[in-house]
Every structure is written in structure tokens, then in C-alpha cells.
Design a protein around this ligand. Sequence first.
Ligand SMILES: [Zn+2]
Length: 244
Amino acid sequence: MTEPTNNQLKPMPEDWTRALAVVAHPDDLEYGCSAAIASWTDGGREIAYVLATRGEAGIDTMEPAKCGPLREQEQRASAAVVGVTEVEFLDHKDGVVEYGTALRRDIAAAIRRHRPELVITLNHRDTWGGVAWNTPDHVAVGRATLDAAGDAGNRWIFPEPGLEPWNGVRWVAVAGSSTPTHAVDATPGMERAVLSLLEHRTYIEVLTDEDPETYVRSFLTGYAQTTGERFGGKPAVAFELFSR
Ligand SMILES: [Zn+2]
């Protein structure tokens, strides 16, 4: 039986030129989102990444002082694979990111610097589809990003000398949402998405005993295939889109 048509995801808006992706950790964008990023940069769009932390608490066998710089390097390499050269780190502490005005201020400043029309972030809700508990960093950063899209446009909130307000964010797109509304065809960007996630090699080798490429490919294609069931059968990357 076919799904009712109103259950289908709509295509993402195309009338924009700059996007800013704001997430908590190295690899947050590569676990599902970077096939979309690759096709957007192919189309000439400018995309920058802002990471709240360096993911320094992500590897049990490696001290944060060693882990942070390594994961930063892996993140820069994985961004480059999908055409993203600007990667910034806000230096909040991995694992204990606090939702609040300090985080909102830092994200609003990044939005004012980059002046994006589209802001991308990761699931800000308590769970992944009611199945698995989300991490506090994702919840804090996702929520603060949704809030900062508004903060950035108000000159009286977090005023900073030399930084003009930016009220041009038209949408915030939340990746990994269990209630997505929109999607992007994942096919053109899929090979680079695989290579991009593979750049997080140290992290992945600790995470799984499987061959890294087999693990990454089956994770990303499986996710895109499942999403595609609601996008005319094409492998897809889904977002929950909040318009402003
Ligand atoms: Zn994460």
C-alpha cells in the first residue's frame, strides 16, 4: 500500500546563497547531513560550520588535551571533502555544554559574522524519535541555535561593537528530527558524504570493530534509503524546517 501523499517530505527551499551549520561536536554533521551539504556547495552555495566544542571528551582512551586537536583536524578534513572550508570552534566544553545566554551569545555572533539565510542544526529534542535518549550537548546547542537565529537580528540583544545585527535568517533546518518536513536528494552527494564521515577515522575506529568504510557506507545509505521512502523513493536527507 502506498503512503498517503501528505506524508511526503517537501523539497528544501532553493532560493538562498549562504548557510551556517551549528552543531555541538565534530561528526554531528557527517552522521547523515553531509550528502545535502555536498550538493549545496556543488550548486555554488557558501556553507560554513560552527562547532560548539572540539569533541575532546569523545574518546575514552584518549585524554582531552590530545583528543581535541585531533578531532578538530578530522573535522576540518571532513568539511573540506564536501566543499566547506570555514570551520570555527566556540570552545564550549564537550559533554557539559550549558544551554543559556553565553551559548546563545556565541551562536548569535557567529550568525552575525556569516549572515546566512539558512541555519542548520541537529536534533534539539530530548530523544531520537522516542527510542534513544539524546545527549545534553545536542539538546543545548540545537535549542540555542533555534533561539540565536532570532537573537542575531535584534540589535539590543547581545550587542557587540563592530558586529551588525543580521535579521536575514529565513529558515532553521533541524537534521536528525523525528518529525521532518523537508528533504534533499542524497544521491549526488552520497559518495562524498561517505568519504567525509570516514575522515573521523580515529573516532570511528574506537566506535566499531567493523571495517570503517563498510560501517560508514551502510549507516549513511541505510539512513538515506529509509528517509527516501517519504521522498518519492529517492535516497534523501531530511530536515524539520522552521521558517522565520
Ligand atoms: Zn554529537
